[in-house]
Design a binder for this molecule. Structure first.
Ligand code: SAH
Ligand code: SF4
Ligand code: F3S
Length: 478
C-alpha cells in the first residue's frame, strides 16, 4: 500500500486538543448514495471485534451499515469478500493480536485476489500503526477510524470501484450522529451509548486520543432508544460511556447522569446496568438513584487502578486511596447486596514493592467480586510512555500473579456466600457443552450454570445455588 493523495491520516497531537465548542446532533449525516445501495449484493462480510463495549456497540453499527449495503454476514474469514477488524489500542498485546490475525489472513488473498482487508476502531487512530500498515501490511486496503463510521459506504465503494487502497482517519471527533443503522447482536441484552469520548487523560491511557472529546447524546434520544428496546422485548440494557458519571456535563444538563439513570429506570426495563463509572465524580445522587430503583442492578464496576496515592497522582486519576475507599464503603452501605468489580494496573513506571503492597491492601479491604488486572503497557503519545521505568518485566509479571491470586481468593469467598441461596438469573441460553445446562447472570453479574426445564433465552428465572467456583456458580432452577 503506497501513500496516496486524498488520504487522511491520524495525528495524535491534534487528537489531544480539546475545544469548548459544543457538539451538535446530526440527524441526517448518514446517507447511502443510490449508486452504492447494492454494492454488497452477493458478497459476504466477516466482522471481528476487539476491545471494550464501545467497540462492540460500534460493530453493531458497522454490521447495520453493511447489511443496508446488502452484504451478508459469515462466521469464517475464509468465506468472506470483506474482512473487517474493529480494533482496540488499549495495550500492546491487544494490538499484537490484531496484527497476528492480519498477518495470518493475508494468505486468503491468494484464493480471492479481490478480497478487502479493512481495519477500523482505535488502532486506526494511531500514527505508528498506520505507518506499520503502510510498511508491512500492504494487503490492508481499507482503513477508517472511530469518528467516521458513517463514511463506510463511500469508502467501500471507492476501494471496490478503483481497486486502490483507501485510508480515511480523522483526528478530531465530529458531531453526535443519530441516524446510523444498527444490527443488534443480542436478543435480550442491548448496549446503549450515552456519550462518546473521554476527557480524563489518565497519563497511561490512549482512549482520549482515539475516541476524542466527551460528547453526550441528548437525553430524549437515549430515552427513546431505551423505550424502543423495551417494546422490542429487551430485558437488559447497559448504558455505555468511558465515564458515564460525566454524562451531560457538555450539555450543561441539570442532574447529569443521576437524572438520566432515574429516567431510564422509570421506563421499566427489567435490568439496567451502566459502565464505566470513574470513582472521581460518582455523585451521592447517583448512589441514591441506584439504591432506590430495583431495576438498576446492584453491581458497580469501579476501576481503582492502584491502591497507592503517589501512583494514583502520577496516573492522573484525581482521587486518593482514602477517597476511593470512602466512596466504595458508601455505595456498599447504601446499595443492598452490591457487588463490585475493578480494574488494576501493575507495574506502572517505577512502582515500588511498597506501592504495590498498598494495592494488595486495598484489595484485602474491598474484597472485589471480580477484577480485571493488567501489566502497564506504554502507549505512544501518552505522558506515561515518556517516563523512565526501572521495574523489570519479570517483576511486573510476578506482581500480576500475586495480585491475581489475591483477588481470586476473595472472588471465591464472595461466591461461597451464595451457596444455598435463591437468585434471579437472566437466561442467556443453553451451554455449548451440555444442552441440559443453561447459563445466565445474576443481578450482581455472577455467571450461573444451572439445570432447568422449559426455559428460554431472555427468561428471568429463580435458581438455587448448589456449588461455587471462583468465576461462576452452579445451580438448579427452583
Ligand atoms: N474508562 C474506564 C477504563 C477504560 S480502559 C475507566 O477509566 O475506568 C479499561 C482498563 O484498561 C482501564 O481501567 C485500565 O485498567 C486498563 N488500561 C488502560 N490503559 C492501559 C495501559 N496503558 N496499560 C495497561 N492497562 C491499561
Ligand atoms: Fe482512559 Fe482514564 Fe478515560 Fe478511563 S477515564 S478511558 S482510563 S483516560
Ligand atoms: Fe480499546 Fe478503544 Fe475501547 S482502545 S478499550 S476499543 S475505547
Amino acid at each position: 500500500m503506497k501513500k496516496q493523495p486524498g488520504w487522511a491520516l491520524p495525528n495524535l497531537q491534534e487528537a489531544q486538543k480539546r475545544t469548548t465548542k459544543e457538539s451538535h446532533v446530526e440527524r441526517s449525516l448518514f446517507q447511502i448514495p443510490d449508486e452504492i445501495r447494492k454494492i454488497g449484493q452477493g458478497k459476504k462480510y466477516f466482522l471481528r471485534t476487539y476491545g471494550c463495549q464501545a467497540n462492540e456497540r460500534d460493530s453493531e453499527t458497522l454490521a447495520g451499515i453493511l447489511e443496508q449495503l446488502q452484504f451478508t454476514a459469515v462466521d469464517k474469514a475464509e468465506d468472506a469478500d470483506l474482512i473487517l477488524m474493529n480494533t482496540c489500542a488499549i495495550r500492546k498485546n491487544a494490538e499484537d493480536k490484531v496484527l497476528g490475525e492480519l498477518g495470518s489472513l493475508k494468505r486468503l488473498k491468494r484464493t480471492n485476489p479481490d478480497i478487502i482487508f479493512g481495519l477500523c476502531g482505535c488502532m486506526a487512530q494511531e500514527e505508528d500503526i498506520i505507518s506499520l500498515l503502510l510498511e508491512k501490511y500492504r494487503h490492508v486496503n481499507l482503513v477508517f477510524g472511530t469518528h467516521n463510521l458513517h463514511r463506510l459506504p463511500e469508502l467501500l465503494y471507492e476501494v471496490m470501484t478503483t481497486g486502490k487502497a483507501c485510508i480515511e482517519v480523522l483526528s478530531k471527533e465530529g458531531d453526535v450522529i443519530e441516524n446510523l443503522p444498527v444490527k443488534r447482536f443480542g436478543h435480550h441484552k442491548a448496549w446503549v451509548n450515552i456519550m462518546y469520548g473521554c476527557d480524563k487523560f489518565c497519563t497511561y491511557c490512549i482512549v482520549p486520543y482515539t475516541r476524542g472529546k466527551e460528547r453526550s447524546r441528548l437525553m430524549e434520544d437515549i430515552l427513546d432508544e431505551v423505550r424502543q428496546l423495551k417494546e422490542e422485548g429487551y430485558k437488559e440494557i447497559t448504558l455505555l460511556g468511558q465515564n458515564v458519571n460525566s454524562y451531560g456535563k457538555d450539555l450543561h444538563l441539570e442532574g447529569g447522569f443521576a437524572r438520566l439513570l432515574e429516567e431510564t429506570a422509570k421506563i421499566g426495563v427489567e435490568r439496567i446496568r451502566f459502565t464505566t463509572s470513574h470513582p472521581w465524580d460518582f455523585s451521592d445522587e447517583m448512589i441514591d438513584v441506584i439504591a432506590r430503583y430495583d431495576n438498576i442492578m446492584p453491581f458497580i464496576h469501579l476501576p481503582v487502578q492502584s491502591g497507592d496515592d503517589e501512583i494514583l497522582k502520577i496516573m492522573g486519576r484525581r482521587y486518593t486511596r482514602e477517597q476511593y475507599l470512602t466512596l466504595f464503603h458508601k455505595i456498599k452501605e447504601r446499595v443492598k447486596n452490591c457487588a463490585f468489580s475493578t480494574d488494576i494496573i501493575v507495574g506502572f513506571p517505577n512502582e515500588t514493592d511498597e506501592q504495590f503492597e498498598h494495592t494488595l491492601e486495598l484489595v484485602d479491604e474491598c474484597k472485589f467480586d471480580n477484577a480485571f488486572t493488567f501489566i502497564y503497557s506504554p502507549r505512544e503519545g501518552t505522558p506515561a510512555a515518556r517516563m523512565q521505568d526501572n521495574v523489570s518485566l519479570e517483576t511486573k509479571q510476578k506482581r500480576l500473579a500475586i495480585l491475581n491470586e489475591r483477588w481470586n481468593a476473595y472472588a471465591h469467598e464472595k461466591n461461597e456466600a451464595y451457596l444455598g441461596k435463591v437468585v434471579k438469573v437472566l437466561v442467556d441460553g443453553a451451554s455449548k457443552k451440555n444442552k441440559d445446562v443453561y447459563s445466565g447472570y445474576t443481578e450482581t453479574n455472577k455467571l450461573v450454570n444451572f439445570t432447568a426445564n422449559n426455559v428460554k433465552p431472555g427468561d428471568i428465572v429463580e435458581v438455587r445455588i448448589t456449588a461455587c467456583k471462583t468465576f461462576s456458580l452452579d445451580g438448579e432452577q427452583c
